[in-house]
Design a binder for this molecule. Structure first.
Ligand SMILES: N[C@@H](CCC(=O)N[C@@H](CS)C(=O)NCC(=O)O)C(=O)O
Length: 109
């Protein structure tokens, strides 16, 4: 999601491909052989994995339109720290929430 927001913010056109995570495509396995996870950003035929790294990459490649990170190195470091912090906390909460939803599925909500 954050990668799509970054691309939208910079008005970068891109092709979006859905991925069935229960039946991962050869493209995903080839582009992200280490983690085998989405999202994968493919730019000029080369993959960039991990969404936080992708956002930084997008900012590096298209720096002039809507900068996403501060230019000051210290402020950049602080911004990345909080991005990483939210990532870790949010992933954990999302994991719990999804487990809760799956537990309710048999009840036909
Ligand atoms: N730290 C990674 C997390 C990526 C991630 O967990 N992706 C999930 C979907 S949101 C996934 O591909 N899950 C499939 C799996 O774990 O096999 C990132 O930010 O890119």
């Amino acid at each position: 999601m954050r990668v799509r927001i970054a691309l939208a913010e910079k008005e970068i056109k891109y092709e979006y491909k859905e991925e069935d995570l229960r039946n991962k495509s050869d493209l995903l396995l080839k582009m992200n052989p280490i983690h085998k996870k989405i999202p994968v950003l493919i730019h000029n035929g080369k993959p960039v994995c991990e969404s936080l790294i992708q956002v930084q990459y997008i900012d590096d490649i298209w720096p002039h339109k809507s900068p996403l990170l501060p230019t000051d190195p210290y402020q950049r470091a602080i911004t990345k720290f909080w991005g990483d912090f939210v990532e870790r906390r949010f992933s954990f909460l999302l994991f719990i929430f999804m487990g809760f939803c799956f537990a309710l599925l048999p009840l036909n909500f």
